[in-house]
Design a binder for this molecule. Structure first.
Ligand code: GLA
Length: 402
């Protein structure tokens, strides 16, 4: 999308973001997904090619790269693991996944958790077997394997409604919600805790009802891609949704593309910062076998992850937009403030008025500014004026009490 269209989208969404403010939910620490889930998902890189070996290798690399230590825990197998059902209806993995229980044991032995994927329809998005009519059986199978996370993707459930002749939109929405609730109940009945992730691309304002059908996270958008403009547009559509999310139940703008395709280092940092400011799940989607040091550093920056994982679970507040410069803040549990300046334009941007913005955004009195990507503490807030941000780059600050 050319910058002007991106700019227009920003202006429209800015107004919405300024009108709405985050609502915070406080739940016990034992709550599943008390902070946004972190891990890795096979889809963005491997898509339908993913195998048992790829998942084992990913688990190994999550450990050796330092990602596990930084908080990435879930190793999520996305679509295309599914094989045939046997005569009793039990689902079996296909030849790419010879022994799912052994794979789960391996992932667990690395100190990680295993995620799996299915659909409320008879077929998944890639036309493999879905869970329609087999919800309890599938949930029990997952529990038996030792699965810790289920992504449930709408896909062909819409065809079920078409075939049943259900055209009334409200009735279709009601049935979709019921289908999601059904799998939640099936998971609960297994007695095994599993994070429950809804995937229906943000239709029917899922953020208003996702938690009521037991979801710990719900996709709010279509898929991410390795295009910077797409990442920015997705992030902008999240403004105002923070009031529906909080500990235990999160908006999910989809798997990260950090390290994939042609995203530059500045774009990777911006993508990670957008997701951190949105309190979004951090599911890496890159090829870990060929991860550069620079990409690893973006994914494992502890101070940036701490913004994403802040226990308050509040989401972004839009401070202002000036041309291609977007200024966002996010209050944090210890009274400090996350403050991000994105330059979505094509030229380097000189920043003006940031001291005033920081104070207006609610920085604690006498705040000390830590530049999280540079890993340095500014001597004084006066140093903020005169800073520049490269095209598609970001400045991310944590403003702490002195
Ligand atoms: C949909 C989802 C993706 C992925 C694929 C798998 O497109 O949005 O995240 O799960 O299906 O087929």
């Amino acid at each position: 999308m050319p910058q002007s269209r991106l700019g227009l989208a920003c202006h429209a969404l800015l107004a919405l973001g300024l009108m709405l403010s985050p609502r915070v939910f406080a739940l016990p620490a034992a709550t599943p997904a008390a902070t946004p889930p972190m891990g890795w998902n096979s889809w963005n890189w491997f898509a339908d090619k993913v195998t048992d070996q790829d998942v084992r290798k990913a688990a190994d690399l999550i450990v050796t790269s330092g990602m596990r230590a930084a908080g990435y825990v879930y190793v999520n197998i996305d679509d295309t693991w599914e094989g045939e059902r046997d005569a009793t209806g039990v689902i079996h993995p296909n030849a790419k996944f010879p022994d799912m229980k052994a794979l789960a044991d391996y992932v667990h032995s690395r100190g990680l958790k295993l995620g799996i994927y299915s659909s409320p329809g008879p077929l998944t998005c890639a036309n493999f077997a879905g869970s329609y009519g087999h919800e309890q059986q599938d949930a029990a199978t997952y529990a038996g394997w030792g699965v810790d996370y289920v992504k449930y993707d709408l896909c062909s459930f819409r065809d079920v409604l078409d075939k049943a002749g259900i055209t009334d939109l409200d009735e279709r929405d009601r049935r979709i919600r019921a289908a999601y609730a059904k799998m939640h109940e099936a998971i609960v009945a297994t007695g095994r805790p599993m994070v429950y992730s809804l995937c229906q691309y943000g239709f029917d304002s899922v953020w208003t009802w996702g938690a009521s059908v037991g979801a710990n996270l719900w996709r709010t958008t279509g898929d991410t891609s390795t295009d910077y403009d797409r990442i920015v547009v997705i992030a902008l559509t999240q403004i105002g949704l923070g009031r529906y999310a909080g500990p235990g139940h999160w908006n999910d703008p989809d798997i990260l593309e950090v390290g994939n395709g042609k995203l530059t280092h500045d774009e990777d940092q911006s993508h990670m910062t957008l997701w951190a400011m949105l309190a979004a799940p951090l599911l890496a989607g890159n090829n870990l076998t060929r991860m550069s040091d620079a990409v690893r550093d973006v994914l494992t920056n502890r101070e940036v992850i701490a913004i994403d994982q802040d226990p308050l679970g509040s989401q972004v507040r839009v401070i202002r937009q000036e041309g291609p410069v977007l200024i966002w803040s996010r209050p944090l549990a210890d009274g400090s403030l996350a403050f991000a300046v994105f330059n979505i334009g094509t030229d380097r941007a000189s920043l003006r008025g940031l001291q005033r913005d920081v104070l207006q955004a609610g920085a604690p009195p006498g705040a000390v500014a830590r530049d999280l990507w540079a890993g340095r503490t500014l001597k004084s807030l006066r140093d903020l004026d005169g800073l520049t941000v490269p095209s598609h780059g970001v400045l991310l600050l944590r403003l702490k009490r002195p």
